[in-house]
Design a protein around this ligand. Structure first.
Ligand SMILES: Cc1cc2nc3c(=O)[nH]c(=O)nc-3n(C[C@H](O)[C@H](O)[C@H](O)COP(=O)(O)OP(=O)(O)OC[C@H]3O[C@@H](n4cnc5c(N)ncnc54)[C@H](O)[C@@H]3O)c2cc1C
Length: 410
């Protein structure tokens, strides 16, 4: 049996990025096998992020915005800085990422092959798929872990960012195409009505923090997403009704849904590990790539794949660092605990960040490239009282057992 230098389990964002980084550093060094359960690639998601890092897929970026806004309590805060907000469609990413894989003589991608078991032995790792067995010296596992059924006990928080997005073409010109709406919190009352709960500011009735995210491409075309930060996913009908109401309130008139996307991402302080065993590394969401306070993962995956490619080619397999700095993890944990304890204050807290922080400092903070000055800029925009209480005395705050159980769809 052929023993591969490395086997990558899952050829999605992380698996394909890693293999592109390896091929981009010069071919002929490692034999790589990629095992992917899907048999074809579709436009299954879109990635957005600020351009704080050079990445290999710049040519696949199809939109760039230099301004963004946040809506809260009848006010709109408009932001603009040195960075652009980029939009990358999965279909373009896959096309660009697959071309070098197919052109390579040392890298083999096996589509439609589902990994069943992974067994580490002294000198190699054996992978059992539904089609046979493969052996590799090292394994990079990017298969997603089940986020919805992870449990957390306070002070850990395991929230989810769950969303449904529609790319729509509207009859009436209703989108302001120059700015992305990162968060529009005005639909809180609609969300409460749809769920049939009382939207009393004091009773924490909503299961999380709902908002609309909007990427405008023209006055009549946009990707609009019903997004929630919270402990559990909702029936799909809830997101759909929120989107319908939002488009109606915007004056969209008739509209056509061109594409739909749905996602559940972790916003979690639960531990993930990048190196579970001697010969196996975790990459992508499986390794903790999603930023705990936001769910953004694309740039962290790019950064981590670049590091791992360097290490693999140097034969330095020993030490694979965490995705995020300790300071980011601590700040995010505090922020998530504050949100969990005070979800009704969430919109105001996000609004304050965008209203008062320097936009570039905030973007660098979100991308985990913040300087100490940036950190000061960002953290001083938040009310110190609740944050100090959570960061200094998390265990004295009210204890909550968080469970993420899925509500059955209607
Ligand atoms: C709809 C959506 C929108 C998102 N938008 C953004 C965004 O705007 N910005 C951002 O930063 N992040 C975003 N993310 C988060 C994150 O960037 C993506 O989820 C990203 O694709 C994660 O990469 P990954 O490689 O870890 O997982 P994936 O890209 O999901 O890749 C995992 C691969 O493993 C394969 N696989 C699973 N099980 C097996 C098995 N048993 N055997 C073989 N193969 C298997 C899957 O088919 C898949 O191809 C979004 C996520 C979703 C779902």
């Amino acid at each position: 049996m052929q023993v591969w230098d490395a086997i990558i389990l899952g050829a999605g964002c992380a698996g394909l990025t890693l293999v592109n980084e390896l091929i981009g550093r010069g071919e002929g060094q490692l034999n790589i096998l990629l095992l992917e359960e899907r048999s074809e690639y579709t436009n299954d998601r879109t990635w957005c992020f600020w351009n704080t890092l050079n990445h290999r897929f710049e040519n696949a970026v199809s939109y760039r915005w230099s301004g963004w806004n946040v809506h809260y309590a009848g006010e709109v805060v408009h932001c603009r800085g040195a960075y652009q907000y980029q939009y990358l469609r999965a279909e373009h990413f896959y096309k660009l990422a697959l071309a070098p894989v197919y052109a390579s003589s040392k890298t083999i991608l096996r589509l439609g092959e589902q990994v069943r078991t992974v067994q580490e032995e002294e000198d190699l790792v054996r992978i059992q798929t539904h089609q046979g067995t493969h052996a590799g010296r090292y394994v990079i596992d990017t298969r997603p872990m089940d986020q919805q059924n992870r449990r957390a006990t306070y002070p850990d928080v395991h929230w989810l960012q769950h969303f449904m997005g529609w790319k729509v073409k509207t009859e009436c010109a209703c989108f302001q195409s120059k700015q992305v709406t990162l968060m529009d919190f005005e639909g809180r009352k609609d969300a409460a009505e749809i769920l049939g709960v009382s939207d009393n500011e004091t009773d924490n009735a909503l299961p999380g923090i709902p908002f609309i995210y909007l990427l405008p491409f023209s006055p009549t075309e946009a990707l609009v997403e019903s997004t929630w930060f919270g402990p559990k996913v909702l029936p799909k009908s809830v997101y759909r009704e929120q989107l319908q109401r939002y488009l109606q309130e915007k004056g969209a008139g008739n509209y056509e849904i061109i594409e739909e996307e749905y996602g559940v991402l972790p916003m979690s302080t639960l531990p993930t590990t990048t190196q579970p065993t001697r010969r196996i590394r975790h990459l992508g969401l499986a390794g903790g790539a999603a930023r705990p306070s936001t769910g953004y993962a694309f740039l962290a995956i790019q950064r981590q794949a670049q590091r791992l490619a360097d290490q693999l080619l140097k034969g330095d397999w020993g030490n694979f660092p965490d995705y995020y700095s300790t300071q980011s993890r601590l700040l995010d944990a505090t922020f998530l605990r504050v949100l969990q304890q005070n979800p009704q204050r969430g919109p105001e807290l996000f609004w304050r960040l965008f209203r008062y922080a320097n936009p570039d400092a905030l973007v660098r903070f979100l991308a985990d490239t913040a300087s100490l000055k940036d950190l000061w800029e960002v953290t001083t925009c938040l009310p110190s009282g609740i944050f100090l209480k959570q960061s200094l005395f998390p265990n004295f705050s009210q204890k909550k057992e968080m469970e993420t159980t899925q509500i059955q769809g209607v």
